[in-house]
Design a protein around this ligand. Structure first.
Ligand code: B3K
Ligand code: ZN
Length: 854
């Protein structure tokens, strides 16, 4: 397989300042006629090389004359040209209805739509498909008017009209030069939820969310999130929208969340559609976050784009950071931070310690689609967050302004971003840049000692960055650690918080006039994305979980206490649960805390996260230890859980931070009541299931039932299925809830579900709902006889034939074999080898599987 290397970057041979496309759309046969003005870039005599994938040119014209001097090598179209400027015209025929990869132009539920990032435009026409070739696009769409009454493309609409044979056309003009990965079109029978947004300088923008008519009532939340994020970006980053229209279209078949095409975002419908009956609070929040994320790309990604795909985190890390800040501003910032760290630990930490570990700015890849990872996105966002922490709000904003000013209308690099921060923020980021080049999660050891006699405390810190594939040795990094001490007797802070930049392999920090026994609060707010080990006792952690004045640190102390207890239970076969029980009681009954925070703080770490702390994971022992602690917490605090459950009972659905927090605590409490083994737990869950006026309560109750022994779980699943059998997004929940069950028969149930009439691998959401969810169900997936592995491998082999990109994304759980016992490791490798031996395997799958076997 061909390896693409960052070090090999060279500027493009030819530029394409202007492009005009006429696209005559039809699901069976679409004609694409592309006219490009091309300009030689620099002094060279190389031909024009255009990328193509699964397409053939039917005719090529050069400067208006039909040409035949072109050649084909691989997918490339090579055209010899003699002058500095030429007009090249190419015609291509496509069959979008046969496109199962969902890259390029494809059909979804009666619509035609596109996905071009990263390399899908080459499936539509021949073009230098690389992000540093920026062009002004003029697009004419033609289609049957009855079947495709709405025709959308990037930029502003400039004309429409009727044609012969029942056809019509629409012309779109995008004045902002853009790389071809941001090209988009949509054709279909759609309706819009519309509003107007006036930018701070007075530009009137018409906003529209396009869906099929029955879904129109579910678009208010997304539309509201769009206006809110447009205003927020003006206020917080000084960024204003720049076209007359902003369109969003929801489609059912989509490889990931959504796409930031200029002026025409295309979304997976799960990140647009929301109403109380079908969407959970989690879904509502995700809709708002993804709408904001894609909107924010208009500046961080579109106005300033990436020079090459190694710079992907330039737009993704920064934009994730921006959407995290936005969401934090809309509700509880503390709870948002807890959620973001949980995501990082669930998805990025395992990636960073496994066979697919790569730096935030990778050095090489085979298939770029495999690099849309938690490292590029979420660790990338943490890197930006650390810069913001070190610079402070105003200097960070100055750096961001300078970055946008300097690079507007161009394709930039991660280095350009760092330079703008250095220049405007007056900071030296030389060593900090290691965050872009070194993979692996740094580990910090923190040891606090106190000498009561002279009132001195010493904090000794060490850092170590583990080896990762291709990077055996590492240099010490810059780790910004927010640190504070608390007095164990008074519960009061001992001095102000400090921001300490750990730059060396080891450092000592002295604290003076420490007159009472200090307790260490470190990495507050998760100021550095690292693993911290301390010499804190269970009593210290319990103390912090009750007294720390940073809510994240309180949560973190509780998690650490739970984790220490669970790891002891797994490694010694038993553990004392009392400290956790007391700490959870304190939090649960603390009247000063809001419900959303309580609900997060009292949750036990997941099976996988517990597994991540162990040298060799025994999934059965982990799940037994966790269940035992859950049961004890349920029993010991049964009265408190019931009180919390009653207290958070609502009469009527409302989407406010307080109501969301109440619903969250209610379902968490229900889970603990069920864990206690209380005789009425299933009854309680079933009543909640039946009486719920919203999906959060209904799915929460269903989740509890589906992991229980109660017969009512079958009834609940049937009721749920029948009620929502025509709603694909809710049916996805029906599949994933069962795939995530902690029952012993989950694997058999999942195998059965794969044969259900509503199961299909052709729809990525459905494939992820069953196969993706099952493969993160640690206990069921890791069944000792390897049946779980075989099931997933079978599905991936089948999915790869339809949709390599989505299949390849589901490989990582199988690739974690090194973390498991010999028996499981052998079985997992066996399945990876079987996948690798499959004839016709895609390069997406090949890269993921071959690397996972290393
Ligand atoms: N930029 C797109 C992701 C494209 C993924 C291509 N494999 C969505 C986003 O991050 O906003
Ligand atoms: Zn993005």
């Amino acid at each position: 397989p061909r390896v693409i290397r960052r070090a090999d970057y060279a500027a493009p041979d030819w530029l394409v300042p202007d492009i005009a496309m006429v696209i005559d759309l039809d699901p069976a046969q679409t004609h694409v006629r592309t006219t490009m003005s091309v300009t030689r870039n620099g002094a060279h005599d190389r031909p024009l090389r255009l990328d193509g994938d699964m397409i053939e040119p039917s005719i090529v014209w050069i400067d208006g004359i039909e040409a035949d001097a072109w050649t084909r090598t691989g997918g490339m179209l090579e055209i010899p040209l003699t002058g500095q400027h030429h007009i090249v015209e190419i015609e291509v025929l496509l069959a979008p209805e046969r496109n199962t990869q969902l890259m390029g132009l494809y059909a979804s539920g009666g619509l035609l739509c596109t996905q071009c990032e990263a390399e899908g435009f080459r499936r539509i026409t021949f073009f230098p498909d690389r992000p540093d070739v920026l062009s002004r696009y003029k697009v004419r769409l033609i289609a049957n008017k009855a079947r495709f009454p709405v025709l959308l493309a990037n930029g502003d609409p400039v004309g429409t009209g009727d044609l012969e044979d029942g056809k019509h056309y629409a012309d779109w003009d995008d004045p902002f030069p853009k790389p071809c990965y941001l090209f988009a079109l949509v054709a279909g029978d759609l309706v819009a939820n519309r509003t107007t947004f006036v930018t701070r300088s007075g530009r009137e923008v018409s906003l529209a969310i396009w869906v099929r008519a029955p879904d129109l009532a579910k678009t208010d939340h997304a539309l509201h999130a769009l206006s809110t994020s447009m205003r927020w970006d003006e206020e917080v980053y000084g960024r204003e929208y720049d076209l007359d229209v902003f369109n969003i279209v929801a489609v059912d078949d989509f490889n990931f969340g959504a796409m930031e095409n200029k002026g025409l975002n295309i979304f997976n419908s799960r990140y647009i559609l929301a109403d109380p009956d079908t969407a959970t609070d989690y879904d509502y929040d995700a809709v708002a976050a993804v709408v904001a994320h894609e909107y924010f790309h208009n500046w961080s990604g579109n106005r300033v784009t990436c020079r090459d795909w190694f710079q992907l985190s330039l737009k993704e890390g920064f934009t994730v950071y921006r959407d995290q800040q936005f969401s934090a501003d809309q509700g509880s910032a503390a709870v948002k931070r807890i959620e973001d760290v949980r995501t990082l630990r669930a998805a990025q930490f395992p990636e960073d310690s496994g066979p697919l570990a790569h730096p935030v700015r990778p050095d090489e890849y085979q298939e770029i689609s495999n690099f849309y990872t938690a490292t590029i996105y979420n660790k990338g966002a943490e890197v930006i967050r650390m810069m913001a922490t070190m610079l402070g709000r105003d200097r960070f904003r100055a750096g961001s302004d300078l970055y946008f000013d300097r690079h507007d209308g161009t394709a930039a690099t991660v280095e350009d971003f760092a330079l703008a921060m250095e220049d405007a923020g007056e900071i030296d980021l030389a060593q900090f840049r290691l965050w872009y080049s070194q993979a692996g999660t740094p580990r910090v050891t923190a040891t606090l000692t106190h000498h009561a006699g002279d009132g001195r405390a010493m904090l000794s810190l060490r850092q170590h960055v583990p080896a990762t594939p291709g990077q055996p040795t590492k240099q010490p990094m810059v780790l910004p650690l927010r640190i504070k001490l608390f007095g164990a007797d008074t519960g009061k802070p001992l001095g102000e918080e400090r921001l300490f930049l750990l730059r060396d392999a080891a450092a000592e920090i002295a604290f003076e006039t420490v007159t009472e026994t200090p307790v260490l609060s470190i990495n507050r707010g998760f100021s550095a994305p690292v693993v911290v080990e301390t010499n804190r006792t269970a009593a210290d952690l319990a103390f912090l979980s009750a007294h720390d004045d940073d809510p994240f640190a309180r949560y973190e102390a509780m998690q650490q206490l739970m984790l220490d207890t669970l790891v002891t239970a797994v490694t010694h076969g038993h553990a004392d649960h009392q400290a956790v029980i007391d700490a959870v009681r304190n939090t649960l009954t603390d009247a000063n805390l809001d419900s959303a925070f309580i609900a997060e703080a009292v949750l036990l770490p997941s099976d996988s996260f517990i597994g991540d702390q162990l040298a060799v994971v025994d999934p059965d022992a982990v799940s037994a230890a966790r269940e035992a602690l859950r049961r004890d917490l349920g029993r010991a605090l049964e009265r408190d859980w019931r009180e919390a459950y009653e207290r958070s009972r609502a009469n009527r659905f409302e989407y406010s931070p307080a109501a969301k927090g109440a619903r969250r605590l209610r379902t968490v409490s229900l889970g603990y009541i069920a864990a206690s083994g209380a005789a009425d737990a299933a009854e309680l869950a079933f009543v909640q299931f039946e009486n719920a006026d919203n999906m959060t309560d209904r799915q929460g109750a269903l989740t509890t039932l589906v992991s229980s022994h109660a017969d009512s779980r079958i009834a609940a699943l049937d009721i749920f299925y029948n009620r929502y059998s025509d709603n694909p997004l809710v049916l996805d929940k029906w599949f994933s809830t069962q795939a995530l069950s902690s029952r012993d028969d989950t694997l058999a149930v999942v195998e059965e579900l794969a044969r259900h009439r509503d199961f299909t691998l052709a729809n990525p959401n459905r494939a992820r709902a069953l196969v993706g969810a099952f493969s993160v169900n640690q206990r069921a997936f890791h069944a000792a006889d390897g049946r779980g592995y075989r099931f997933v491998a079978d599905q991936l082999i089948a999915l790869d034939k339809l949709n390599p990109q989505t299949a390849a994304k589901l490989v990582p759980p199988l690739g974690r074999w090194k973390r498991f016992d010999e028996g499981r490791a052998t079985l997992m490798r066996g399945e990876l080898e079987r996948i690798l031996a499959t004839p016709g395997l895609s390069k997406d799958m090949f890269e993921q599987v071959a690397k996972s076997l290393d």
